[in-house]
Write a protein that binds this ligand. Structure first.
Ligand SMILES: Cc1cc2nc3c(=O)[nH]c(=O)nc-3n(C[C@H](O)[C@H](O)[C@H](O)COP(=O)(O)O)c2cc1C
Length: 183
């Protein structure tokens, strides 16, 4: 099985978490291809036909991104809007996404304990990610496989996000397992 990881990070060179997580996928290039939207498109137009062809050439799709303002970076929203078109992702006879395995891999600066009703941000990450689940599971009829999350250690709200090396290594191992279990 071949999995396509759509990476939506504005600056992967200066990333800590997403860069480390990706290294796990890059260890097995025969199973995982990484498609970096910022590198391919920058601020330019997304080539929907090319992206749809890429998706069709894979069995599973993982959308990997850092949370920005409780959503995905804008390039991923543009990608979804451009690529998940009528006839491909939804509508009569559409077969681009229906039944295909789709998962999310999300990195958060905020602690897991703050993503809950008693926490600082009141809502769970699952609730924050509802629009993706709604779209892929219920609108595009993908075989939605839930999400992998790396939670950070937010020190000063909205300012300092600090994760230890141990946390990062544990996250990388868990991500590798999550990817393998998609198959
Ligand atoms: C503009 C911006 C907005 C952010 N918004 C959120 C947020 O809404 N929730 C959250 O948990 N972390 C937020 N963060 C923290 C990032 O998600 C975190 O730094 C990132 O996942 C770390 O991954 P990286 O090292 O690959 O960049 C934000 C960071 C930036 C720069």
């Amino acid at each position: 099985m071949k999995t396509l990881i759509i990476l939506a990070h504005p600056d992967i060179k200066n990333s800590v978490i997403n860069k480390r997580l990706l290294q796990e996928a890059l260890k097995e290039p025969q199973r995982f291809s990484v498609h970096d939207l910022t590198q391919v498109y920058g601020g330019g137009d997304i080539d929907a036909a090319r992206e749809q062809e890429l998706i069709r050439a894979h069995d599973a799709l993982v959308l990997q991104f850092p949370l920005h303002n409780f959503s995905c970076p804008p390039i991923l929203k543009s990608w979804i809007d451009a690529v998940m078109t009528h006839g491909f992702a939804y509508g009569r006879g559409s077969d681009g996404i229906a039944g295909r395995k789709v998962a999310l891999a999300v990195t958060a600066g905020i602690k897991k304990s703050d993503y809950c009703p008693q926490g600082r941000y009141h809502f769970s990450l699952r609730e924050v990610l509802t629009p993706f689940e709604l779209a892929f599971k219920y609108y595009f009829h993908a075989d939605y496989r839930d999400f992998f999350a790396f939670y950070g250690a937010e020190e000063t709200p909205g300012v300092d996000y600090v994760s230890s090396q141990d946390d990062l290594e544990r996250g990388a191992r868990e991500y590798a397992e999550f990817l393998r279990n998609l198959g």
